[in-house]
Design a protein. Structure first.
Length: 531
């Protein structure tokens, strides 16, 4: 039942825009305009008693007047009007609703009660509720843009999805300037009913999605989140998370934004890794990691990496960044060095990373260098770190030739090739990208973010074995025992009984007791003082 409701919200067969308007800056106008512009093929029903027609669509005074069933409703009304709108949706069997207004739990006071009301309405009518205090969702596969922000023309569906607790991150990323191919963009807002876990569970059922990106302020339902992530990983999807609120000021910002608690970062870090989530630390790193994992979903069997550059200085820089990111690269074998010496100038010193410029650009020599590295069984990954800006110039023509050199050697199951544009300024070269996309070779933007992405790829955690929950009677017994454990020795004994290795622990009431206890247990010892 839950799956069906999520499908009606995020893969709707018909959409109503409640609060549609002719005012071009209004959410109701822009959501309707996006549906028209991006070619949503299902019935579209603007609802507003003030208009007879908007953007060429017949406008209806209420849902009572709509001539067909409605799967999803985009509610473009102020917070205080949302409950009545949702009641009307519920009476008409609407499967899912997006409520974008702020002024609910995010505002405190009366807003908390207002949010409680819309949740109660959604539950009573078995309706999937997205938001409030968000921007809705985009499904580009079905051109279902329940979304009030202007979208760039030409964005296309692809293998990456974004679920974000920040609407602004959703706006910036949904433009897909990086051209990841965002099949879905889903903003969670206050998560009054549906949470990030529900959206991950939905995406895990879509085989077109290879990578799920998450922008997290908090995780409200950890058990459901863990189950959804494990489902995604079992489906072959990678999950990449950017968790904010690490610093004290960041945690306060999270609390002010949606009323969520950021939590202890070390706990989040361990939790995400335990469930196979790749954790990133910036938006650029998140997107480059997604680009890499879209091409190479699995870690390579051999992770030893050789960066190839056309600059000694950039080779050193890439080596520094790669080492910081945990990208390993052993020294080249003597056999490989000997072969490289035959094609490079006598003064060259072939090593890892490899400055392949030599005496200048020579396509035949570079082609031979690729052959030598490809034939080396100790080399698993060849990363080409180059300068090919989006506007052309620099090494663009050479990099285009390199792309073809790599392409003619594919497929090579034992090798992975990665291209890196050294600077993020200027974007990716479109001609190089077109070739590499055709070959299925990732093309990353910015040396720093690219190195981090490679480290994330190579260090991608596998989910730890799932530990079944204890039966309720057993859990109740342990909770009772924990409540009665009033001293540290009793707590330590309880943990030891549960199978957790614990040090000996004794209470000492005086200096003499402490010395005696230490001598009995054996040094070294640690003392905890207390009043």
């Amino acid at each position: 039942m839950a799956e069906m409701r999520l499908d009606r919200l995020l893969r709707p067969r018909s959409i109503a825009v409640i609060g549609a308007s002719t005012r071009e800056m209004s959410f109701g106008f822009r959501a309707l305009n996006n549906l028209k512009t991006y070619g949503y093929e299902g019935p579209i029903y603007p609802v507003n008693p003030r208009y007879d027609e908007i953007l060429g669509f017949k406008c209806y005074p209420s849902l009572d007047a709509v001539p067909g069933p409605v799967d999803a409703a985009f509610v473009a009304l102020a917070a205080e009007r949302a409950p009545d709108a949702l009641e009307e949706c519920g009476r008409h069997g609407v499967g899912g609703a997006v409520v974008v207004a702020s002024g609910f739990a995010d505002a405190g006071g009366e807003g908390i009660e207002l949010q409680r009301r819309i949740v109660e309405i959604a539950k009573r009518h078995d309706m999937a509720l997205n938001g409030p205090n968000n921007l809705g969702a985009i499904n580009l596969f079905d051109r279902a843009t329940l979304w009030p922000s202007t979208l760039l023309p030409g964005i296309e569906a692809g293998p990456v999805a974004l679920v974000t607790q920040s609407g602004s991150v959703g706006i910036a990323t949904s433009q897909d300037e990086r051209k990841l191919g965002l099949g879905y963009t889903i903003t969670a807002g206050n998560e009054a009913a549906l949470t990030v876990a529900d959206y991950i569970d939905f995406l895990a059922r879509d085989e077109r999605i290879k990578v799920i990106m998450l922008f997290l302020e908090s995780i409200r339902r950890p058990a459901a989140f863990a189950a959804a992530v494990r489902k995604a990983r079992a489906s072959g999807q990678a999950v990449v998370a950017l968790k904010v609120g690490v610093s004290e000021s960041g945690a306060r910002a999270v609390q002010a934004h949606t009323g969520a608690l950021a939590g202890e970062d070390a706990v989040y870090d361990a939790f995400l890794r335990a469930h196979g989530v790749v954790r990133v630390h910036g938006l650029d790193e998140m997107q480059e990691t997604a680009a890499l994992l879209s091409a190479y979903a699995e870690r390579p069997g051999n992770s030893d990496t050789v960066p190839v550059t056309l600059s000694g200085g950039q080779a050193a820089l890439f080596a520094d960044l790669a080492a910081r990111a945990g990208v390993s690269g052993r020294e080249l074998s003597q056999a490989t060095v000997a072969k490289l010496r035959q094609v490079l100038p006598a003064y060259a010193n072939p090593r890892n990373p490899l400055d392949a410029f030599g005496a200048g650009w020579n396509p035949e020599i570079f082609d031979t260098i690729i052959d030598i590295l490809t034939d080396d069984p100790e080399v698993g990954i060849v990363a080409f770190s180059m300068d090919a800006p989006g506007s052309g110039g620099a090494d663009s023509s050479w990099v285009s030739l390199m792309a073809d050199m790599v392409g003619k050697r594919l497929p090579r199951p034992d090798k992975r090739y990665v291209f890196v544009n050294n600077l993020s300024v200027g974007g990716l070269n479109p001609h190089v990208r077109e070739k590499l996309d055709g070959y299925g070779v990732p093309y990353l933007l910015g040396m720093t973010a690219a190195a981090a992405a490679m480290g994330n790829w190579l260090g991608m955690p596998d989910p730890l074995p799932d530990v079944p929950l204890a039966e309720e009677a057993v859990a109740a017994r342990w909770r009772g025992a924990a409540a009665k454990a009033g001293t540290d020795p009793e707590r330590f004994a309880l943990l030891r009984e549960a199978g957790v290795p614990m040090a000996d622990c004794q209470v000492a009431e005086s200096a003499e007791d402490a010395v005696a206890a230490a001598e009995a247990m054996g040094y070294p010892v640690v003392m905890k003082g207390g009043a």
